[in-house]
Write a protein that binds this ligand. Structure first.
Ligand code: PEP
Length: 252
């Protein structure tokens, strides 16, 4: 059975000290009143992961990196490998975020290497896909997103695909305050689930958690999560505010 998941993406925000305080505040709220059936993940900067792992109840909150290297180790100055991420106590890695694709040139080829290394190291990828505004305006968003999946995660074995969480994040909604309507979210999530069923079968599709991301907040999470194919959210800005984040966690 697929899980409900609410994952925060802190992006390049918070100092280490601020991040630990934020994690402690989220941990308090989640352990006191977080819905027990929701998997909670905090996607922190690399520098914060080990300290955040120490600061939270890891039975209740998983920690994610927001990236990992496309190479296993070696002379790649400034890179952080999947094995290093795993050794911090992180359980998840966000891969394919549109900001990485757009600002750091992450192609499907690079993402395939990262996916393989993440999986080899026992990390759960939270794999992002989503279309830019011009594709949405042209009405070809489903083809665009499913093609992103075909070039990457649909190349995995069924067993490895079954370990993933997929996040649909329309680029025009990320950090803009413009959210997909519940109908737009459901329509795309259903198209993604149907494509997974076609590739890997209905059981795998039914078991895959599909998260919505893009200006999801304490006010709109209820409506978005009420959709039958929306299994939670990948949350940017609102994950930096513990009181909003707990409302999103409890929005089912
Ligand atoms: C994100 O970057 O993954 C995201 C969904 O950001 P925001 O919630 O701020 O739109």
């Amino acid at each position: 059975m697929r899980k409900k998941v609410v994952a925060g993406n802190w992006k390049c925000n918070t100092t280490l000290q601020e991040g630990v305080e934020l994690a402690k505040a989220v941990n308090k709220l989640v352990t006191e009143k977080g819905a027990a059936d929701v998997v909670v993940v905090l996607g922190t900067p690399f520098t914060h992961i080990a300290s955040v792992v120490d600061a939270v109840d890891t039975n209740r909150i998983g920690v994610a990196s927001q990236n990992c290297a496309a190479e296993p180790k070696g002379a790649f100055t400034g890179e952080v490998s999947a094995a290093m991420v795993k050794s911090t106590g992180a359980k998840y890695v966000i891969l394919g975020h549109s900001e990485r694709r757009e600002y750091y040139g992450e192609t499907s080829e690079i993402l395939n290497k990262k996916l393989a290394l993440a999986l080899e190291n026992g990390l759960t990828p939270i794999y992002c896909c989503g279309e830019p505004l011009e594709i949405r305006n042209a009405g070809t968003q489903a083809d665009y997103v499913i093609n992103q999946l075909k070039e990457t995660v649909f190349q995995l074995s069924e067993e490895d695909f079954g370990k993933l969480i997929i996040a649909y994040e329309p680029i025009w909604a990320i950090g803009t305050g413009v959210t997909a309507t519940t109908e737009q979210a459901q329509e795309m999530h259903k198209a993604i689930r149907d494509a997974i069923a076609e590739k890997f079968g209905k059981q795998v599709a039914d078991d895959t958690s599909l998260l919505y991301g893009g200006s999801c907040n304490a006010k709109n999470a209820n409506d978005l999560f009420a959709n039958p194919d929306v299994d939670g959210g990948l949350i940017g800005g609102a994950s930096l505010k513990p009181d909003d984040f707990i409302q999103i966690i409890n929005a089912y």
